[in-house]
Ligand binder design. Structure first.
Ligand code: SF4
Ligand code: SF4
Length: 124
C-alpha cells in the first residue's frame, strides 16, 4: 500500500489509475499561484496586480488558503481536518473545480512532485 508521506512507497504513475483512485494526491499540501486564483474566480486580475498580500488576507479569512509566502508568491490551499483539499468532494473523491484546477494539480506527478512520474495511488 502506498503512503502519500513516503514517496519511496509510490507507484509508477499511469493516468488510467486516477479513475479508481481515492485521490491521494488531493490530500497532500498544494501550493498555487496568483494566475490559478484568477482562473478559479477567487481573485480578479486587478486585485492580484494591486496587492497579493491583500488577496491573501481575503482568502485566508474565507478559509480558502491557509498561508501565503511573500518570498515566492505562493499560496497554500486549505486542507480539511482529514487532509482533503478544500476543493475535493469528500464523498465522490472528485475535484469540484476540475476544469479550473491549479497548474500544480495539472502537472502532478509528471512535472511536479517529490518523485517525478510516481504517485501515491490508493484504490478507492
Ligand atoms: S494519486 Fe495518482 S492515481 Fe491517484 S488521483 Fe493522484 S495522480 Fe491519479
Ligand atoms: S484543486 Fe482539485 S485537483 Fe487540485 S488538489 Fe484540490 S481537489 Fe485535487
Amino acid at each position: 500500500m502506498t503512503d502519500k508521506d513516503r514517496p519511496s512507497t509510490w507507484v509508477k504513475y499511469d493516468a488510467k489509475f486516477c479513475n479508481s483512485c481515492n485521490a491521494s494526491c488531493c490530500t497532500m499540501p498544494v501550493e498555487i499561484q496568483a494566475a490559478d486564483l484568477v482562473r478559479l474566480g477567487l481573485a480578479t486580475q486587478d486585485e492580484v496586480d494591486t496587492s497579493l498580500k491583500k488577496v491573501a488576507k481575503k482568502l485566508r479569512k474565507a478559509g480558502i488558503i491557509s498561508s501565503y509566502r511573500e518570498s515566492t508568491d505562493l499560496f497554500m490551499l486549505t486542507q480539511k481536518s482529514n487532509d482533503d483539499c478544500y476543493f475535493l468532494d469528500t464523498h465522490t473523491r472528485r475535484c469540484t473545480v476540475y476544469d479550473k484546477r491549479p497548474n500544480t494539480c495539472r502537472d502532478f506527478p509528471v512535472k511536479v512532485g517529490p518523485r517525478i512520474a510516481y504517485c501515491p495511488f490508493l484504490r478507492r
